[in-house]
Design a protein around this ligand. Structure first.
Ligand SMILES: Cc1ncc(COP(=O)(O)O)c(C=O)c1O
Length: 389
């Protein structure tokens, strides 16, 4: 991995230490350039004419996403965000009163709100998996829960928004496959950070966003839909003229590919920007990025642990590029002010987005640092020194 070129092509990484890729990362120049050039041309000829003449390039969006996830372009739908993808995926499952969604304590806040909404409206049951003392899922208990409750859906967040935990998505996939349960994976924080292979994970749906570790533009994302889900006719509850053809007064024919989950209107500039972002990381190679990230984080975590009174809040045997911590002698606000003074970009995770996890940890908030492959070990050493205050 040529870190010097990568940094040269990341205009935002100068004069600051940018550690917020779990929030909204810095786009590489090819992404920036394509979005700007597209919008410039759109201002000249109008949205429809340009969309028509760039159809072939737009299709590359699907092949780059397919390359990233190890699937076919037909399994990919373009979305405006991970939440958009999630809502459409979940709406394709016909829940009835008493149906069970099996999920975890660490699943994303908006996903939990969706489950609660389905519970209030339809009367589904939410069952949450058991964690081992170290924070990992208890997979033996998980399989037992699958057998006992026969859930209609298993919903797992691969990497939670406010802790470094990486859930064992493959093992969960094996269990879902064995018992033929629909499996929805929220890979919003893992795509672009780790190798995510849907053939190995065996999920039916996977949701991702553009702006985080993929380094794409805001307002973009995608949904993966398995052949099994497409073959079973799963389609979003609310469709439009891209997802289906109006065939008679009372009927329609659904689009055969995952595009049935898309809406007709979308940002083509955003789509081409995200295509460039995926092409960028596909060219570097996800395995290379994952390896670089892992070594960056091992050293960072080790050095931070040595600071007296600093507590890493990440649990689990496999942790990621999301690092959360608190300090005994400084509040989150004090640490935030201190980091800002030194030009460190980061975010704060609050209990409102990690209700179960932070209640269990007895914390109200934590500082979240999320380095990525354009960051250097030297930058992280500086941050360690800054935090030693
Ligand atoms: C784990 C996880 N899932 C889903 C989302 C939602 O993504 P989006 O804002 O693109 O809908 C986030 C955003 O932080 C997230 O961290």
């Amino acid at each position: 991995m040529d870190i010097n070129t990568i940094r040269k092509e990341t205009r935002g990484c100068e004069n600051k230490i940018f550690l917020n890729s779990a929030g909204s990362s810095l786009v590489p120049d090819p992404v920036f350039d394509r979005v700007i050039s597209y919008l410039t041309e759109e201002a000249e000829v109008g949205g429809y004419a340009l969309a028509h003449s760039t159809l072939e390039e737009t299709e590359e969006f699907y092949s780059e996403a397919a390359r990233l996830l190890n699937c076919n372009p037909e399994n990919i739908a373009y979305m405006t965000s991970a939440t958009d993808a999630y809502a459409k995926a979940i709406s394709s499952i016909e829940f009835k009163e008493g149906d069970v969604i099996l999920t975890t304590d660490d699943d994303y806040v908006s996903n939990q709100l969706t489950f609660i909404s389905l519970k209030k409206r339809i009367g589904i049951k939410i069952i949450r998996a058991v964690n081992l003392p170290g924070g990992d899922l208890d997979l033996v208990a998980f399989e037992q829960q699958v057998k006992t409750y026969q859930p209609k859906l298993v919903a797992l967040t691969h990497i939670p928004t406010s802790s470094g935990l990486v859930q064992d998505a493959e093992k969960v996939g094996e269990i879902c496959h064995k018992y033929k349960i629909w499996y929805l994976l929220d890979a919003c924080q893992s795509v672009g950070q780790l190798v995510v292979d849907v053939k190995k994970i065996k999920c039916d749906f996977l949701t991702a966003t553009g702006r985080k570790f993929l380094r794409g533009p805001r307002g973009t994302g995608f949904l993966y839909v398995s052949d099994a889900a497409l073959g079973a006719g799963l389609a979003p509850l609310l469709i439009d003229m891209l997802g289906a053809k109006w065939t008679s007064k009372e009927d329609y024919k659904i689009e055969p590919t995952a595009k049935r989950f898309e809406f007709w209107e979308s940002s083509i500039a955003g789509k081409l920007g995200l295509k460039e972002a995926m092409k960028y990381v596909n060219t570097i190679g996800m395995a290379v990025v994952e390896q670089y990230n892992a070594s960056l984080m091992v050293a960072f975590r080790t050095k931070l642990t040595a600071i007296k009174g600093l507590h890493l809040q990440d649990r689990g045997t496999h942790v990621s590029n999301i690092l959360t911590f608190t300090m005994d002698h400084h509040t989150t606000e004090e640490i935030s002010e201190h980091l800002k003074q030194y030009g460190v970009y980061f975010s704060v995770s609050s209990k409102a987005s990690a209700l179960i996890d932070f209640t269990r940890k007895s914390i109200d908030s934590a500082i979240r640092l999320s380095p990525h492959y354009f960051n250097t070990p030297e930058e992280l050493e500086k941050v360690v020194a800054i935090l030693n205050f």
